[in-house]
Every structure is written in structure tokens, then in C-alpha cells.
Write a protein that binds this ligand. Structure first.
Ligand SMILES: Nc1ncnc2c1ncn2[C@@H]1O[C@H](COP(=O)(O)OP(=O)(O)OP(=O)(O)O)[C@@H](O)[C@H]1O
Ligand SMILES: [Mg+2]
Length: 294
């Protein structure tokens, strides 16, 4: 079966008929990717034990781990992807989705503890990005990209220690990792995050609502105007809610969103993606540089 949305990891997704039911087998045959897929399975199993009302997680039936390959066998969810869902969703459904996202992240915040994330986490990550950009043949001679990285280093050096909730996080909460089934939303593709904070989930969801990242990866025609209206409605609701309630969101969302896009940039190889990323990063830098100090 052909799928409309594919990630970048190179995992194989198979729909399998087993025990009179449809299952999904997500496999990797890359030994270096095995630990990451196993972490993903563990995170998904932990999340599926927690009741999230209308936010759900496909059940994991079995995890097969070998030295060179691994497979997660899980429940198949009859669902729409975000584009199919948004093309037909009415105002009430969008309101419901906004409520579900806020509820899910608030539960993560409750399950986390306020901790100090030392400044070196951000500066080390930034140094790593700079190295990877230098090693990326599509970027190392791109003056604009290299200059954006230098400007970003400056920003990251100024952030300092960050106090924020740490403990629970999906790790890759983009629209492409949500399966839509009526008013139930199934989360897939859990990932370890460099800071296990709910703030990183807000960063990931806004990667789509504010910057429309997942539509860049969507390979079928769709109604761009409708999608951007809906995305911006969801985005302003999320932004206003977290701005109003959490100081750490107000302080650290922007630098972490910048870091998020830099981490995508470091591996980028397609011209259209690189030019999109340079635009986004440059607009984020202008925004941060024009912000009044608090
Ligand atoms: N449990 C499931 N039920 C139905 N469809 C699924 C399920 N898991 C995955 N899929 C389909 O496979 C697609 C890709 O799955 P997933 O997001 O886990 O992998 P990926 O994005 O290719 O991997 P990665 O992000 O690790 O690179 C989903 O967008 C969805 O269409
Ligand atoms: Mg995915």
C-alpha cells in the first residue's frame, strides 16, 4: 500500500494482515537506527498507558529487536492525515483539536518538574549544528546559510540557563505524526528530544501551525489557502494560551524554535527545502533581534 506522507528516517512502514486484523509494522534495517526505533517503541508503550481523553496512542503488540534490524508491531489506525482532515473539518472540529492539543501539553507539564537546563545544552547543540553545516556539501559554500548560523550562535550564547518543565515530551509532535480519526487524534512516531520538555512539543506543533513545515513534505495537491487559514487559527490559539500561562514559554519559545529549524537545516539537501529554511531562520532572527529585552 502506498502512503502519502513519508518521514526522513528511511524506516519501512508495512500494513500487515495478522490475526484477522490489520497491523502496522515499522521496521529499520539500519543498525545505527535500531536504538532510536527501540526508544521510540518504549516511549509509545509508556504513552499508551496514560489516558489522554481524545488524544490516543496506537497499541504496541510486539517489539522485535535484533543486532541489525528492529520492528515495532502496532495497532493499525483507520484515519485521515492532517491535510485530508483539515480539508473537511468545520469550525467546531478545529476548536476541539485546539482543546486537545492544549490538554495534552498541560498533562505533560503536570507530569514534568521545573528544572534548570544549563546554558551549555544550547551552546553545545549550536556548535554541533555549525559543524554539521560545514560538513554539508549543500550548505558549506552557501554564504547566506553560513551567515545565518553565525548570527544564531550569537543568539544562543545570550540565552543562558533556562528554567522550564522537564520530564515528558512526545519529541516530534508535528501534524505528520498525528493520525486523525473523527475527534480522536492518534499520536505516532515518538522520538527522544534533546531536552525532554513539553516546550519542545509546543515548538514542534508550531513548526506546522506557524511555519507550515509538513505541507512542504506533502506530495499531493491540496487547498493551500484553506490550510493556511486553519493553521494560523490553531497557531494563534496555542500561542496565546501558553503565552498567557507560562513564563518559560514567553522566554524560551523563540530561541528553541530557532534551534529547531537549525537542526533541520543541518541535514537539508533539497534546494527548495534549503531556501524555505533560510527564509524561516532569517525571519526568526529578525524577530528575536527586534524583541524588546524583558
Ligand atoms: N499505527 C498506524 N496506523 C495507521 N497508519 C500508520 C500507523 N503508523 C504509521 N502509519 C502511517 O505511516 C506514516 C509514517 O509513519 P511514521 O510517522 O511512524 O514514520 P516516518 O515519519 O516515516 O518515520 P520517521 O519520522 O521516524 O522518519 C504515517 O504518516 C501514517 O500514514
Ligand atoms: Mg513521521
Amino acid at each position: 500500500m502506498k502512503l502519502d506522507i513519508q518521514g526522513h528516517s528511511g524506516c519501512e512502514i508495512a500494513i500487515v494482515h495478522e490475526d484477522n486484523d490489520l497491523h502496522i509494522h515499522k521496521s529499520t534495517y539500519d543498525p545505527a537506527y535500531v536504538p532510536r526505533l527501540i526508544n521510540q517503541a518504549n516511549k509509545q508503550i509508556a504513552a499508551s498507558k496514560i489516558a489522554y481523553q481524545n488524544i490516543r496512542v496506537p497499541k504496541v503488540f510486539e517489539v522485535v529487536q535484533n543486532e541489525k534490524d528492529a520492528t515495532i508491531k502496532m495497532e493499525y489506525i483507520y484515519s485521515k492525515n492532517f491535510v485530508e482532515y483539515f480539508e473537511n473539518a468545520g469550525f467546531e472540529q478545529i476548536k476541539y483539536l485546539i482543546g486537545a492539543i492544549k490538554y495534552f501539553i498541560d498533562l505533560e507539564i503536570d507530569a514534568s518538574e521545573m528544572k534548570t537546563v544549563p546554558s551549555c545544552i544550547l551552546t553545545d547543540k549550536m556548535a554541533d549544528v555549525a559543524r554539521k553545516v560545514q560538513n554539508n556539501v549543500h550548505l558549506k559554500n552557501d554564504k547566506v546559510a553560513v551567515d545565518l548560523v553565525i548570527q544564531s550562535q550569537d543568539i544562543m550564547n545570550k540565552v543562558g540557563d533556562m528554567v522550564m518543565p522537564v520530564g515528558r515530551c512526545h519529541g516530534d509532535l508535528t501534524f505528520s505524526n498525528i493520525l486523525f480519526n473523527g475527534n480522536n487524534y492518534y499520536l505516532i512516531d515518538f522520538l527522544d528530544s534533546f531536552i525532554e520538555s513539553p516546550l519542545l512539543d509546543i515548538v514542534k506543533i508550531r513548526q506546522d501551525t506557524a511555519y507550515m513545515w509538513s505541507t512542504l513534505m506533502y506530495n499531493k495537491p491540496f487547498d493551500k489557502v484553506r490550510l493556511s487559514i486553519i493553521s494560523s487559527k490553531i497557531d494563534s490559539a496555542i500561542d496565546e494560551y501558553f503565552k498567557e500561562n507560562y513564563e518559560w514559554y514567553r522566554r524560551y519559545y523563540m530561541p528553541l524554535q530557532l534551534m529547531n529549524f537549525l537542526r533541520i537545516l543541518q541535514y537539508a539537501h533539497e534546494d527548495r527545502v534549503i531556501s524555505y529554511l533560510k527564509n524561516v531562520i532569517s525571519s526568526q532572527l529578525s524577530f528575536i533581534n527586534n524583541q524588546k529585552p524583558s
